[in-house]
Design a protein around this ligand. Structure first.
Ligand code: ZN
Length: 82
């Protein structure tokens, strides 16, 4: 299994372990899928966005609402590029 798939599996397992596997909060559909990663800009004011927070993204397969899960608080900081 390659490292990308292993990391994706770790993220999904962690979310399930924490109970983040409930139906969609918007439409109640039960099919929520992991779709990938992004970086969310953070800062202490709108003109000082100096930190990129890595996030995992899940999406409802019915209404397409997106949820972000910050990786570092979950203990899943992405590995540095090799
Ligand atoms: Zn939905």
């Amino acid at each position: 299994m390659n490292s990308k798939i292993e990391f994706n599996t770790k993220v999904i397992q962690k979310l399930e372990e924490l109970g983040a596997d409930k139906p969609c909060h918007r439409c109640g559909h039960t099919k929520i899928e992991f779709v990938g990663y992004s970086k969310q800009e953070l800062g202490d004011s709108p003109d000082n966005m100096d930190y990129d927070m890595p996030v995992a993204i899940t999406a409802c397969q019915n209404c397409a609402v997106i949820s972000y899960h910050a990786l570092i608080p979950l203990g899943l900081a992405p590995a540095d590029e090799e």
